[in-house]
Design a protein. Structure first.
Length: 534
C-alpha cells in the first residue's frame, strides 16, 4: 500500500535552535498514527510544518512532504489553501481559543463549506446538521444557532471535529484533542474519531503525551524527544518491549491504579469537617429579574478530611468540584452549611477574623500561569502571602524563607529574580506550590494541578506533594478527574456527581470495589495501557 503522507528529512529551526531535527515517517490510508512525547519535543511543530503554518521566523527544511505523491513543498500559498481544511483537517488542543467567539456554530462550519464547495445555502444548512449529527452533538438543531461559550468543553471539541470533517479530509490531524477533558468525555471523543475513521477510511494522525490513551487507539506509534524520533513501532509491540530509554522513562512515569493497593487505612483526627455544604446560584427571569429557581452547583455535601492526609475529590467537569473547593475557602459568595477547620467554624467568621485564618488554608490552581501576576518577580509572588498574613516577619527573613521554599520545591535560588514566563509549566506549578506553603498552611486545596502536565512532570509534582506532606503534615483536598493520580496520591476518595457526593471511602475500596454506578462508569472509562477503548 502506498503511503497517504510521507515526510522525508524534515527539520525546523528558530535561529540557532533546532526544534524538529531531521525526522522521517509515513502515514497510510485508514491508519491511526500517533506521535507522542513531552511538551516541547516538536510534535505540534511537525504537524504545522506539513500544512506550512509555521511562524514567520521559523525555517523549514525538508527533502519532501508528499501527500499521495504530491510534494506540498512545491505548492504555492494559494494552492495550499485548497489543501488545508479540504484534504487535510486539523483539530487543535484548545477549542475555546480556536473557535470564533462571535460566530454561531453553524456559521463557523458554513465558512469551511463556502471555501471548499459550491453548495447553495439550503444545502449548507443541511450539511451542517449532518456534521453535527455525525459528531454526536446533543440537540444539533438547537446548537447550530448557539455560540462557543454556550457549550461545554466536550461539546466544543465535537464542533472542532465537525469543522475539520466539513472538508471531507483524507487525513485528520488531532493535536492533543482530549488533554483537558474528563475520562468519560475523552473516551467518547476517541470512540467518535474511530467511528468516523471506519466510515470514511480517513487516516488519523494523533498527537499526544498520554501513552495509555494512545495504546487504546493507535495502529503505529512514534516517540519524539528534543525534536528527534527516538523510537517507532506497531501497537502493542512498542509498549510491551520499549527499546529506547526515553520510551521506558515515559512508561515508568505513568500513574497506575494498582499503586494504591498497599496503602494503609489509618484513622486520624479530622482537620476539615464539612456538613450540608451548599452553593446555589439564583436564576432570574422577567422584567423585575425575580428569582424563579436555583442552579445547585453544590447541593448538601458532607465529608471529613483527616490531618496529614489527602482526600481526592473526583468527578466530571461541571459536577461542582472547583466550586466546592473555592466555597470552602470562602472565595465565592452564596455558600451555606457548616465548615470546621481544626475545630474552628469558618462559616461563622468574616472580616479580620476570617483574614487571620487565611494562613491556615491555601489553594493551588489548575493553570499556574494565569494565577500569577506576570509583572511580579517570582520571589515577590511567593513572599506576597507572608507580607499580607505575617507582617511581623522582617524583609531579610522573608527573603531567606522564599529561597528555602524554592529549594524545597526543586527550583534554584536564582529563580527569585525571574518572571513566571521564564519557566516551564511544571516549574510554574512548583512556584505556586511554594507560594501556598509560604504561610505554613494546615490545608491546601489542589485544583487539577497536574491535568495539563506531561506524565514525567506530573510524576515529579506528585512526588513533591507527597514529600511535602510527610515533612509538614499538611492535608490536601485534591480536585481531579485523573484516577491514576488519585491512586498515586490519595488516602481517601469522594466521588461527586451533579453537586452531590455519591460515594466516599478509602482509595483502595473505591478504586477496586466501587459501589455507585457513576463511580463504576468513571473507572470504566479510564484508558489503560494496552487495554481496549471503552
Amino acid at each position: 500500500m502506498k503511503p497517504l503522507l510521507s515526510i522525508e528529512h524534515l527539520s525546523v529551526n528558530f535561529g540557532q535552535q533546532t526544534v524538529v531535527d531531521d525526522i522521517s515517517f509515513e502515514i497510510f490510508p485508514g491508519e491511526t498514527f500517533a506521535l507522542v512525547g513531552e511538551s516541547g519535543s516538536g510534535k505540534s511543530m511537525t504537524a504545522l510544518s506539513v500544512l506550512r503554518l509555521l511562524p514567520n521566523n521559523a525555517q523549514l527544511n525538508a527533502t519532501a512532504i508528499h501527500l499521495q505523491g504530491d510534494n506540498l513543498l512545491a505548492r504555492s500559498e494559494r494552492e495550499l489553501c485548497k489543501i488545508r481544511g479540504r484534504r487535510i483537517g486539523l483539530v487543535f488542543q484548545d477549542p475555546m481559543s480556536s473557535l470564533n467567539p462571535v460566530m454561531t456554530i453553524a456559521e463557523q462550519i458554513v465558512e469551511v463549506l463556502d471555501i471548499h464547495f459550491d453548495f447553495p445555502a439550503e444545502k449548507n444548512q443541511q450539511r451542517v446538521l449532518e456534521l453535527l449529527q455525525q459528531v454526536e452533538l446533543p440537540e444539533p438543531q438547537r446548537r447550530m444557532a448557539e455560540y462557543p461559550h454556550q457549550l461545554s468543553g466536550g461539546q466544543r471539541q465535537r464542533v472542532m471535529i465537525a469543522i475539520a470533517l466539513a472538508g471531507e479530509p483524507e487525513l485528520l490531524i488531532a493535536d492533543e484533542p482530549t488533554t483537558s477533558l474528563d475520562v468519560t468525555i475523552q473516551a467518547q471523543i476517541l470512540q467518535l474519531l474511530k467511528n468516523i475513521q471506519q466510515q470514511t477510511n480517513m487516516a488519523l494522525w494523533l498527537i499526544s503525551h498520554d501513552l495509555a490513551l494512545v495504546s487504546n487507539i493507535a495502529d503505529r506509534i512514534a516517540v519524539m524527544q528534543h525534536g528527534k524520533l527516538v523510537e517507532s513501532g506497531c501497537n502493542p509491540g512498542l509498549f510491551e518491549h520499549p527499546q529506547h530509554a526515553y520510551t521506558q522513562q515515559l512508561l515508568a512515569a505513568l500513574p497506575r491504579l494498582e499503586s494504591c493497593n498497599n496503602r494503609p487505612a489509618q484513622e486520624r483526627q479530622p482537620l476539615l469537617s464539612v456538613t450540608d455544604f451548599k452553593v446555589y446560584y439564583p436564576i432570574r427571569k422577567g422584567i423585575f429579574k425575580r428569582i424563579v429557581d436555583y442552579v445547585k452547583a453544590v447541593d448538601g455535601v458532607s465529608f471529613n478530611l483527616q490531618q496529614g492526609k489527602t482526600l481526592a475529590l473526583v468527578g466530571e467537569s461541571g459536577c461542582g468540584k472547583t466550586t466546592l473547593g473555592k466555597g470552602l475557602l470562602n472565595l465565592i459568595a452564596g455558600s451555606s452549611g457548616s465548615v470546621l477547620l481544626d475545630g474552628l467554624a469558618l462559616h461563622e467568621l468574616s472580616g479580620d477574623a476570617l483574614r487571620q485564618q487565611r494562613a491556615a488554608m491555601q489553594i493551588v490552581f489548575q493553570d499556574p500561569f494565569s494565577s500569577m501576576n506576570p509583572r511580579m518577580l517570582v520571589g515577590d509572588i511567593i513572599a506576597e502571602g507572608l507580607h499580607a498574613l505575617h507582617p511581623e516577619i522582617k524583609a531579610l527573613e522573608r527573603q531567606q524563607r522564599v529561597q528555602h521554599l524554592l529549594t524545597a520545591v526543586g527550583l534554584p535560588k536564582e529563580a527569585i529574580n525571574r518572571y513566571p514566563h521564564e519557566f516551564s509549566g511544571g516549574q510554574r506549578q512548583r512556584i505556586c506550590i511554594a507560594r501556598a506553603l509560604a504561610v505554613e498552611p494546615k490545608l491546601i486545596v489542589c485544583d487539577e494541578p497536574t491535568s495539563a502536565l506531561d506524565v514525567s512532570v506530573q510524576a515529579q509534582i506528585i512526588q513533591l506533594l507527597k514529600q511535602i506532606q510527610q515533612e509538614t503534615g499538611v492535608s490536601y483536598l485534591f480536585i481531579t478527574h485523573d484516577f491514576g493520580v488519585v491512586a498515586e496520591l490519595a488516602d481517601d476518595v469522594a466521588v461527586m456527581y451533579k453537586g452531590k457526593i455519591v460515594e466516599v471511602g478509602h482509595v483502595t475500596q473505591v478504586l477496586n470495589h466501587p459501589v455507585h454506578a457513576y463511580t463504576q462508569k468513571l473507572l470504566g472509562a479510564v484508558p489503560k495501557l494496552g487495554g481496549v477503548t471503552p
